[in-house]
Design a protein around this ligand. Structure first.
Ligand code: COA
Length: 149
């Protein structure tokens, strides 16, 4: 994909992002949830797509550290490099704002996301047991990942 634009996430993206989030995670976030996040101090987001938003990343910055709150790509647009571009763009922006490290949580069994983050230089720095509640399965562990910026 060469014609993908990365743009700042703004409240009017909320409906599209809620739709992508709902098909990507067990616990959906509403349009209002996204709007609320965007009013919080330090929260930054980016959307990617050629036309409508097909993927997004939401982060929170606090002093010299940041965390990825969520990242998802529409199932129809996966494996085209959108998540990698969103992550690269977001990390470059954090670096430019003076952040020194970025953290995130990922389900230990999320093969796709773990491969993406490992390729981007994130390494495990902790494990939260039973962190993810699931409908018809036992709670899943979260890995805490970190990388220097
Ligand atoms: C994880 C997710 C964001 C990846 O989005 P994507 O746009 O398809 O990812 P990219 O095309 O940029 O892939 C980048 C790298 O991630 C890894 N990857 C992505 N999808 C993968 C999969 N299904 N299996 C294994 N590795 C995968 C690969 O290393 C890939 O590089 P490659 O294509 O050169 O092999 C997407 O699968 C998604 O939205 N999943 C559901 C939500 C989620 O799990 N979000 C992360 C929560 S922490």
């Amino acid at each position: 994909v060469t014609s993908v634009a990365i743009l700042p996430l703004v409240p009017c993206h909320g409906d599209t992002l809620a739709a992508i989030h709902a098909v990507s995670f067990a616990e959906p976030w509403s349009t209002a949830d996204f709007a609320r996040f965007l009013t919080q101090p330090g929260v930054i987001g980016w959307v990617a797509g050629s036309g409508d938003a097909q993927g997004f990343i939401l982060l929170r910055r606090a002093a010299e550290e940041a965390e990825v709150l969520t990242l998802a790509v529409d199932p129809a647009a996966r494996r085209q490099g959108l998540a990698r571009r969103l992550l690269d763009h977001a990390l470059e922006d954090l670096r430019a704002r003076g952040c020194a490290a970025c953290f995130l949580e990922v389900a230990a069994d999320n093969v796709a996301a773990r491969a993406l983050y490992a390729a981007s230089g994130f390494a495990p720095c902790g494990r939260r047991r039973g962190y993810y509640r699931r409908a018809n399965a036992p709670p899943g562990d979260a890995l805490v990942l970190r990388r220097d910026l």
